[in-house]
Design a binder for this molecule. Structure first.
Ligand SMILES: O=C(O)CCC(=O)C(=O)O
Ligand SMILES: [Fe+2]
Length: 331
């Protein structure tokens, strides 16, 4: 790695709980533009997925990260993908449409000093295109194959989708926009980069290739990695709750990304920690959706898929009946 650590770590443990309580008293973020956002009602089409399988570049399982036990009972640590760098998920037309949808949502973005400086949460509620994409069985199957388990859109809408916008500081004393070192509140997370290298400088996606217990910014022990994902439409899939990651400061231009969270309906162990979410949205705003989530998780996988009008995705489909990520090209 070329540089020492240059991004701070977001609060963990007790400090995070304190943040959550503060968030519930004061507004966590400022909306920059108010008023209704126009949804162009552009529709998703499964043809926007490339017909050939996406290419998985650098790929590691949770076992390869050093986890000896799996966080979910339905799949082993060796079957769960910790990180996969993905190319060629979308067709050219699909990428143009997705970028357009995410650009439109910038009008609804809010800035804060939390993990990500500027973002629009609940993108699936604001954009027909992103909602339809997230509910497309073909899209879900593609992501399930990357993850190693069958997936559904995450039941919590605020955690389900967000668009991040990173800009350089406008004045010398303004803070650079970064993604602090953090783990996600959700586990199955697809980070889709939507800017080309020519559009910005800096903004590398970095992660620690080891278990979270060993994460130490004073000593990365040679396991600080920079994702090779560069082109617009490329994606980094991570097991978000077990992989420390961040985004370095953007020093010029604009970097946009869409972060999608999924849920595996075959396990009750959704690791989504209440306090993690509450530190983003505030205690009161989190309580009701969180209780609903707990109820949802008691439904059978078939019921959870049916509730969304999606034919069940089976383990055999997600794994191709074979090993993790086989049937998908590797670089
Ligand atoms: O912008 C990215 O590539 C990743 C951002 C991220 O880690 C997050 O939104 O949780
Ligand atoms: Fe993240």
């Amino acid at each position: 790695m070329d540089r020492e650590n240059d991004i701070p770590v977001f609060a963990q443990g007790l400090a995070r709980i304190k943040l959550a309580l503060r968030t519930s008293c004061f507004s966590a973020s400022k909306r920059q533009h108010s008023g209704a956002l126009s949804d162009t009602l552009q529709h998703w089409d499964d043809q926007y997925l490339r017909s050939d399988s996406p290419m998985a570049g650098h790929t590691r399982s949770l076992a390869e990260f050093g986890y000896t036990t799996s966080p979910v009972e339905v799949a082993g640590a060796d079957q769960l993908t910790a990180i996969a760098q993905i190319k060629g998920l979308f067709s050219e037309q699909g990428l143009i449409a997705l970028r357009r949808a995410c650009c439109q949502l910038e009008g609804a973005s809010a800035t804060s000093h939390w993990i990500i400086s500027k973002r629009t949460r609940a993108a699936t509620e604001l954009s027909t295109f992103i909602r339809e994409m997230m509910n497309s069985r073909a899209f879900l199957l593609a992501v399930s194959k990357i993850a190693g388990v069958p997936l559904l859109p995450h039941p919590l809408i605020n955690a389900r989708s967000q668009v991040n916008y990173f800009y350089p500081p406008e004045t010398p004393d303004e803070k650079a926009q970064i993604g602090m070192w953090h783990t996600d509140g959700t586990s199955f997370v697809l980070n889709i980069l939507l800017s080309d290298p020519s559009e910005y400088e800096g903004g590398e996606f970095v992660y620690f290739e080891g278990p979270i217990e060993q994460f130490d910014t004073q000593n990365f022990a040679g396991r600080l990695r920079k994702s090779a994902v560069k082109a617009s439409g490329d994606a980094v899939y991570i097991y978000g709750s077990r992989v420390y990651h961040g985004v370095r400061a953007v020093t010029a231009g604009r970097r946009m990304s869409l972060v999608l969270s999924f849920h595996c309906p075959y396990t009750q162990e959704d690791v989504n920690k209440f306090w993690h979410l509450a530190s983003d949205d505030g205690v009161l705003a989190t309580l009701r959706p969180w209780l609903r989530l707990k109820r949802n998780l008691r439904m059978s996988p078939g019921e959870q898929y049916r509730a969304l009008g999606i034919e069940t995705i089976t383990f055999a489909e997600a794994t191709g009946g074979r090993n993790r990520l086989t049937g998908m090209g590797r670089e």
